[in-house]
Design a protein around this ligand. Structure first.
Ligand SMILES: Cc1cc2nc3c(=O)[nH]c(=O)nc-3n(C[C@H](O)[C@H](O)[C@H](O)COP(=O)(O)O)c2cc1C
Length: 175
């Protein structure tokens, strides 16, 4: 079982990276690949760039990571109610290889914010658009007030209810 996971943000101090890392730690006996989106930085997508220079190698590398995975976990950061520019750019380029970016993989969609909103707006958008991009969403969880609900020292959710939900969803992802 190969699991491809990442936080949809370019922040080095990312709370979503903490969350996605914790989610992967709940998986036993799997080959986990947790990538940093910064390793897939590309020029901002434009049709002119695509016509002139084609699709960057990094977009193909990203797409191939999904191809070779049995399951995918993404934790979304929310910027101004939607995706971070860093994620949207990688996604836009990857969608030019094949619009079915998620290639029918079982997926877990997470989100986190320091405030009470839990980045629910971006998570709602990711869930709503999932069918267009061939994502088989097996679970979805928003973590609000991150610093209250997540112990930064142990790297674990310390809210029992959220932890229970995440554990169940990870199980569902792999079943
Ligand atoms: C440009 C910008 C816009 C933001 N917009 C939102 C927002 O719409 N909703 C929200 O809950 N948090 C927003 N935030 C706060 C982020 O949730 C916070 O920076 C969080 O740490 C981002 O996740 P990350 O640490 O995984 O990158 C914004 C932050 C930035 C820098």
């Amino acid at each position: 079982m190969k699991v491809f996971a990442f936080a949809a943000t370019s922040s080095r101090q990312s709370i979503n990276k903490q969350l996605v890392q914790y989610a992967t730690s709940l998986i036993a006996n799997a080959d986990i690949e947790l990538i940093d989106l910064n390793d897939f930085e590309m020029p901002i997508y434009s049709t002119d760039r695509e016509t002139e220079h084609g699709i960057p190698d990094a977009a193909q590398r990203f797409f191939d990571k999904i191809t070779h995975a049995d399951a995918v976990i993404i934790s979304f950061a929310e910027h101004n109610g939607t995706y971070t520019a860093a994620y949207k750019n990688v996604f836009d380029w990857a969608s030019r290889i094949n619009q079915k970016v998620f290639q029918n993989k079982p997926m877990l969609l997470l989100s986190a914010s320091p405030g009470p909103g839990g980045a629910k707006s971006v998570l709602t958008q990711a869930n709503a658009s999932a069918p267009f991009f061939a994502a088989q969403v097996k679970g979805s969880l928003s973590v609000p007030s991150f610093y209250d609900n997540f112990d930064m020292v142990s790297g674990k959710l310390n809210n029992a209810q959220l932890n229970e939900q995440l554990t169940a969803q990870v199980k569902a992802l792999l079943s």
